[in-house]
Design a protein around this ligand. Structure first.
Ligand code: HEC
Length: 94
């Protein structure tokens, strides 16, 4: 019984931790973290600052995805559009 409860908690913990760590893995894999960090400015702005800048603005996720995919104002990235969508969502949720 006790073992079952512990196992249940572990599973719940994994589910909760899942989305955030999956996205930071994706950011690393996609090369975003070569130029960005979550809370410090590198080549590009800190993701927390980006989130603060766009907080409460309608449609900012679509604008950002388009900007990143266009590779003009923002440096070209090798991630797919679906990955960039997931990454922008992750950034804006900070
Ligand atoms: C070669 C360096 C570089 C890489 C790689 C890079 N970025 Fe950036 N990023 C920048 C710079 C520089 C800026 C600031 C200029 C700008 O706003 O476009 C920026 C800005 C941003 C912004 C804010 C844009 C705005 O309008 O405020 C977001 C969101 C972002 N990057 C996401 C990403 C994601 C997601 C990836 C990976 C798929 C990525 N970046 C990869 C350099 C990079």
């Amino acid at each position: 019984m006790r073992a079952m409860m512990v196992a249940g908690l572990v599973v719940a913990g994994l589910v909760l931790a899942g989305p955030a760590s999956a996205s930071s893995e994706l950011a690393k894999k996609s090369g975003c973290l070569n130029c960005h960090a979550v809370d410090t400015k590198k080549v590009g702005p800190a993701y927390k600052d980006v989130a603060a800048k766009y907080k409460g603005k309608d449609g900012s996720d679509a604008t950002l995805v388009a900007k990143i995919m266009a590779g003009k104002e923002h440096p070209k990235v090798k991630a797919s559009e679906d990955d960039v969508k997931a990454l922008v969502k992750w950034v804006l949720a900070m």
